[in-house]
Design a binder for this molecule. Structure first.
Ligand code: GRF
Length: 202
């Protein structure tokens, strides 16, 4: 089986990367992670990549004068590794419009809320402040506007009366680890694609 060659961009702990790595271990899983790029040298996720024998690259954004030149360096590494599809997994940098355009329809993100609710940072704090009884997570195509692209998959998670940001984050994270591999499988099996700015399911 020809597997979709995936690059994963991270900035931190990398638990979603690890969930994708584990899914890709299944022989019949239709995607493989070929490269991990981190913009943070001591990102925990780099250890997950190393343990799985996946090549990784650290590109520190501070070393680049502009967002565009940093993104161009990432793009070069992705092309060099013949990456076909990009998964953002806790990647904490805004992407330039040029980069997003190059990868249009071939780049997704996971966000820890039921989008379009609670975009940006302190997502669980926002959910608790709003008093919602249900939160969750979303896998979506990446577009120029932050946390805004067409939705591929979502999972609901209940908000419990005594939840803190941390306890809610932990519950949502479990759902993230379930739906990110599921969404990647859908993508790699061509069950969903981006067409005219919309997610099309077949
Ligand atoms: C996750 O909650 C993800 O939804 C958000 O950043 C967090 C990354 O966690 N985009 P991890 O690095 O995958 O553990």
């Amino acid at each position: 089986m020809k597997k979709l060659k995936v690059g994963v961009l991270i900035s931190g702990r990398g638990s979603n990367l690890q969930a994708l790595i584990e899914a890709c271990r299944t022989p019949e899983f239709p995607a493989e992670i070929v490269l991990v790029i981190s913009n943070v040298p001591d990102a925990g996720g780099l250890a997950h990549a190393a343990k799985a024998g996946i090549p990784s690259v650290v590109l520190e954004h501070q070393d680049f004068e502009t967002r565009e030149s940093f993104d161009a360096a990432m793009n070069f590494k992705l092309r060099e590794a013949q990456i076909e599809f990009v998964c953002l997994a806790g990647f904490m940098r805004l992407l330039s419009a040029t980069f997003v355009k190059i990868w249009e329809g071939q780049i997704v993100n996971i966000h820890p809320s039921l989008l379009p609710a609670f975009k940006g940072l302190d997502v669980h704090g926002q959910a608790l402040a709003a008093g919602v009884r249900v939160s969750g997570c979303t896998v979506h195509y990446v577009v120029a506007e932050l946390d805004s692209g067409p939705i591929i998959l979502q999972a609901e998670v209940s908000v419990e009366p005594n939840d803190t940001s941390n306890s809610l984050a932990a519950r949502v994270l479990k759902a993230e680890h379930r739906i990110y591999p599921e969404a990647l499988e859908m993508i790699a099996k061509n069950r969903v694609h981006l067409e005219n700015g919309e997610a099309v399911f077949v």
